[in-house]
Each structure stands twice: as C-alpha cells, then as structure tokens.
Design a binder for this molecule. Structure first.
Ligand SMILES: [Zn+2]
Length: 235
C-alpha cells in the first residue's frame, strides 16, 4: 500500500480543483506531526485554495504505534472492516499477521472519532474494554437525564488521562467530564476481562459492550456505590 498519495480534489462549493494528501498508514513513532494531525482530526481537513471553503475528506487508514505495538485500522465500509479484522486475526487468506498474533494489540474501527478515541485511551495506558463499558453506563445515565434526547453516538475525548464524554444528538452535541471512578468500577464489576488485552477481539465498541452486559442488568450497576449520584450536566 502506498503510504501517501496526493489526490486532485474538487471543492464542493466552487468546483475548483486542489491537491489533498491521503495517507494509507500513519506511524506514531516515525510521523509524530501526522499523528498529531490525526489526533485532532485535522488530517481530514482541506481548505479550498480558490474560495477558502473548509471541507472534510473522510477516509480510512491504519494507525500504527510501534512502541506500544498497537495497530488500529480505520475502515469506513463494513466489508473492508471485516477484511482487515480477518487479517489481524490471521484468518482466511491472510496469514501475514500470524507471527505477530498475541504480541500486537489490534483494533478495527468504523469512524474517525472512534479512531481518535482509541488512540487517546491507549496513550493513557487504559483498557478500551472498560472504557466501552463505562460509556454504556454513561449512555444509560444520559437516557435517564434527557428522556427527550436521543444520543446517536457517544465519544470519549481528551488526553493525559483527563477525559470528557460527548453525546452526539440531532440537536447538537452534549459533553460532560468523564469520571475515572466509573472506569475503575467497571474493572471491579467485570473481573473476567482482566486477562490479556492482546490477541482477543478486534471490534471493541458499543455492540461488544452490550454483549458483556447481557448477564447483568444495568440497574444493578447503577445502584452500585460508584456513579449513583452521577449527574450529567450540559457544559
Ligand atoms: Zn472552493
């Protein structure tokens, strides 16, 4: 795969043409500047040289942290996401990753904000599985606090272990501080997840978290000592 390709793009506003660089992969050790742009998502931004319109060009790529041995593949289409998941898991015709199995931490995401979220979580040396469970907890709280609003997506953002949680609704975005006590609580509630983070499932998302919750009721979690007085406020 070409690492970077310069493409000719057309501005949706003035139809003028310009150049936009698309990356196949970004290596956090070798490309610190590009990694920073990926983390603030400006990598996907383009400013038209003719009319100054700001445009977002969204595309999938591979994020690779050689130091922590983490690979996160962002693929927008479901079929493509499944293909890279097979590659990571060493299934099917792809066996190139087989010798890395168990050593590398692999994830596959379908949205760029999910990619940013995973990077922030791993940068803070946290376990994204407990983060996903904590997000589900927050979603339940959100639904109770705002019965009229529907959260389409929930995202964690922030850095250095200080996180915020954003609820994306049709009316706009609502965000609040993320309480690390909820994360710690999830570690206590789900001790069976304490085995290796590496070599397991590659899709760790809301759907995965829902499956883990199957055997427990969210009510039990909410009446637990932690988070029972948690109130989400619009900031
Ligand atoms: Zn333009």
């Amino acid at each position: 795969m070409e690492k970077a390709v310069e493409k000719t793009v057309t501005c949706p506003k003035c139809q003028g043409e310009g150049k936009f660089t698309v990356y196949g992969s970004i290596n956090s050790v070798q490309d610190p500047e590009l990694t920073e742009k990926l983390k603030n998502l400006s990598l996907f931004d383009y400013t038209c040289p003719h009319c100054n319109a700001r445009v977002t060009f969204d595309y999938g790529l591979l994020y690779h942290d050689m130091d922590k041995r983490i690979m996160i593949y962002y693929k927008r289409k479901e079929a493509d996401a499944k293909k890279v998941a097979d590659m990571f898991l060493g299934r099917g015709i792809y066996d190139v990753a087989e010798d890395l199995q168990g050593k590398y931490l692999y994830r596959v995401v379908r949205r760029k904000r999910q990619l940013r979220e995973k990077i922030a979580i791993f940068d803070a040396n946290l376990d994204d599985r407990y983060m996903e469970l904590a997000k589900l907890f927050y979603l339940t709280k959100f639904e109770a606090d705002y019965p009229d609003l529907e959260a389409e997506w929930i995202y964690i953002y922030g850095k250095d272990g200080v996180f915020y949680i954003a609820f994306s609704t049709k009316e706009g975005e609502i965000s609040t501080n993320f309480d690390m006590a909820v994360y710690t609580h999830m570690k206590e509630v789900f001790p069976e997840l304490s085995d290796s983070l590496r070599g397991g499932e590659v899709f760790i998302d809301q759907e995965w978290a829902m499956k883990q919750m199957n055997n427990r009721t969210m009510g039990d979690l909410l009446t637990g000592a932690v988070g029972s007085d948690l109130k989400i406020t619009i900031s």
